[in-house]
Design a protein around this ligand. Structure first.
Ligand code: BES
Ligand code: MN
Ligand code: ZN
Length: 501
């Protein structure tokens, strides 16, 4: 799909669908919508008057132009109430109108930039939004469908953004380019999570990571079981020991051109399938457990943008990929294992495996003394109970750092909500026979319980833990995309690394 920006006359634009907009309650549209209405002899005004279209956010009105203008159809998208309008409404309007155009089988779409006129939003920001939304909202994972696979003729091929103000064109173009890059990365993350665990093994993740590194000129290291054993990663390997699939410990490094002030580590939980291990999950809870590598997918996808985005900070990406399976060689509840830093863990529940793999990932990267560590993990069901699939849970040992990450996330539409870490929580991971247990008090292990465990391995380096267990998978489509894997975290990370780090 091509996205272009043109400074041309709206009414004379030739296309299958021409998208304009309307704020709720407006009966006499001005701007682009007004001029299209005039060219249609006041038809839009009449429809509004007859109350067949009210302009509520995301609603669509489709009009056949019958040759009155070169566009075959006009789509009017509702922007909702003007007082409530913001970047999030603009994204919703973009998504709804483009999906409508797709349903109408449009191949070439012309659109005004919702929010650029009286909406008062910035051209660059809106350009990025449409770059992101147009790819994300229209994406579907259908490689395993033999029949329904979208034929290319049913896809939007070109989106032309029509901007009346010539001075804004450059800024919109810059935004569109950045937005498209981010969206393509997020789609990579989504597709990796959508892949069944049969295909998306630790080996496959390592291969994708190699490809990403190659395309972006990044250094990559993939450690196998023997390498990890030599390094003393007894925690990570204990989770991998029940699986026939070999574990892969993946490290990618980005170094910016010129001097850099900061080195940031990003770690993604990479459990390619979480059966729970011997503490086996019930069938229902296992259905979506191929998504337990959503954190890994997000950090690998983030690295796939390095060539385009070029942040000014050094970045080390870590994924300790493994399956979590029950078998005769699997770790048993009650076993004690030793992480790379020497700390011992009593594994009380083999289904609390994520934190155990992350312990060694953190130990490994801490040796490089990064200035900051961010981990993304589908870590706890408790976080899903607390925040649903609306927001990620953020936990930290450094409040100022967390606030920056939360802001970076919320700006991109990835909602972040902080959960507290109390000393009482830290008490609860003490073990009778080892340094710590991998659970908490019986039946009361929360999201914070996983966090205080990981905290033991980051050595006081400023650290933000993002529990993405909820938002990594949605059961109902939203403006950003279809139901299923979301690729959450990619937009937050890229925004943080380029604008806040
Ligand atoms: N991968 C799961 C967490 C999860 C749950 C992710 C639901 C996505 C949706 C994690 O490994 C897990 O099983 N956590 C346990 C921990 C418990 C045994 C202490 C949980 O949250 O139930
Ligand atoms: Mn688990
Ligand atoms: Zn898990």
């Amino acid at each position: 799909m091509k996205i272009e920006v043109k400074n041309q006359n709206l009414e004379n634009s030739k296309c299958d669908a021409l998208i304009v907009n309307l704020f709720e309650g407006i009966t006499n549209p001005g701007g682009g919508t007004g001029s299209v209405d005039e060219a249609l002899d006041g038809l839009i005004k009449r429809i509004i008057k007859e109350e067949e279209f009210k302009g509520s956010l995301g609603s669509n009105l489709v009009i056949r132009t019958n040759g009155a203008i070169p566009a075959k159809k006009v789509i009017v998208v509702g922007l909702g109430k003007k007082e409530k309008f913001d970047i999030s409404s603009a994204r919703k309007a973009m998504s709804a109108s483009l999906r409508c155009a797709k349903r109408e089988k449009a191949k070439t779409v012309c659109t005004i930039l919702h929010g650029a006129g009286t909406g008062g939003l910035e051209a660059n920001e809106l350009g990025q939004a449409i770059g992101e939304i147009s790819h994300l909202a229209l994406h579907s994972f259908d490689k395993y469908k033999s029949k329904e696979k979208d034929s290319p003729k049913n896809e939007i091929q070109t989106i032309i953004i029509i901007e009346a103000d010539k001075k804004k064109v450059k800024a919109i173009e810059t935004g569109v380019k950045r937005g498209s890059t981010i969206a393509k990365a997020q789609i990579l993350a989504r597709d990796l999570v959508s892949e069944p665990a049969l295909a998306a093994t630790p080996t496959m993740l390592a291969n994708v990571a190699r490809q990403v590194a190659k395309e972006n000129n990044l250094k990559i290291k993939v450690l196998d079981r023997a390498d990890c054993l030599k390094l003393g990663m007894g925690a990570y390997l204990s989770i991998a020991q029940g699986s026939e699939e070999p574990p892969k410990f993946i490290e990618i490094k980005y170094t910016p051109k010129g001097k850099h002030k900061k080195h940031i580590a990003i770690i993604g939980k990479g459990v390619t399938f979480d059966s729970g291990g011997l503490s086996l999950k019930p069938a229902g809870s296992m259905e979506t457990m191929k998504d337990d590598m959503s954190g890994a997918a997000a950090v690998i996808a983030t690295m796939s943008t390095m060539k385009e985005i070029q942040p000014k900070v050094a970045i080390t990406m870590i994924v300790a990929a493994t399956e979590n399976m029950p078998s005769g060689t699997a770790i048993r509840p009650g076993d004690v294992v030793r992480a790379m830093n020497g700390k011992t863990i009593e594994i009380l529940n083999t289904d609390a495996e994520g934190r155990v793999t992350l312990a060694d990932a953190a130990c490994y990267v801490v040796k490089q003394k990064p200035d900051e560590i961010i981990d993304l993990a589908t870590l706890t069901g408790a976080c899903v109970v607390a925040l649903g699939d609306t927001a990620c849970g953020v936990m930290t040992n450094n409040q100022a750092f967390a606030e920056k990450v939360i802001k970076a996330g919320n700006e991109t539409g990835e909602r972040m909500w902080q959960l507290p870490l109390f000393d009482e929580d830290r008490e609860k991971i003490k073990s009778d026979i080892a340094d710590m247990i991998n659970t908490g008090s019986k039946g009361k292990s929360g999201a914070q319980n996983g966090a205080v465990f990981i905290e033991q391995y980051v050595n006081d380096i400023p650290w933000v833990h993002i529990d993405i267990a909820g938002p990594s998978w949605i059961d109902k489509e939203n403006e950003w995309g279809a139901k299923g894997p979301t690729g959450v975290g990619v937009r937050t990370l890229i925004n943080y690394l380029t604008n806040y780090a």
